[in-house]
Design a protein around this ligand. Structure first.
Ligand SMILES: [Zn+2]
Ligand SMILES: [Zn+2]
Length: 151
């Protein structure tokens, strides 16, 4: 389901969940516009979203922040209603991670993913090389649904 809070209709999700979280307003053409969700960015009306199908669709028109930069901030604000987004982190997730027996590097990667990064961003941040990425990714997929939503 597109909406993480259970609304069957993507348009309702855009109106009831996206708009309050982003301070978005619906414009005459039926699309919503909100300010760029990157903290400190003053770009108004640079985030556009609408719901023509099963999922809310969004684009960034911010001159400073392309889609990849905007995405993790949007995930933080929209949470489970974000297409491909993750549910907010729960205590039980942290507990499971702490008790998982994952090697330290995999543990760090997963913590960064919980903080809102994609797996690729977490690897970049930690300076992990290609061969190691493959290994860590396998360890993480054994841990659970970690890579879910991180395609
Ligand atoms: Zn929703
Ligand atoms: Zn911006």
């Amino acid at each position: 389901m597109a909406c993480g809070l259970g609304l069957p209709d993507a348009e309702d999700c855009a109106a009831d969940h996206w708009s309050p979280a982003l301070g978005g307003r619906r414009e005459r053409n039926g699309q919503w516009r909100a300010r760029c969700p990157v903290p400190g960015c003053k770009s108004l009306r640079s985030l556009e979203y609408d719901a023509p199908g099963r999922h809310v669709r969004w684009r960034s028109f911010c001159g400073l922040h392309p889609k990849e930069v905007v995405r993790p901030h949007l995930v933080k604000l929209i949470g489970p209603c974000m297409p491909g987004g993750r549910a907010p982190i729960r205590r039980t997730d942290l507990e499971a991670l702490a008790l998982s027996g994952l090697p330290p590097l995999a543990l760090k990667v997963q913590m960064l993913v919980y903080s809102g990064m994609t797996i690729a961003e977490a690897f970049d941040k930690l300076g992990v090389d290609r061969t190691t990425r493959y290994r860590v990714q396998r360890q993480l997929s054994q841990f659970g649904d970690i890579t879910a939503g991180q395609r």
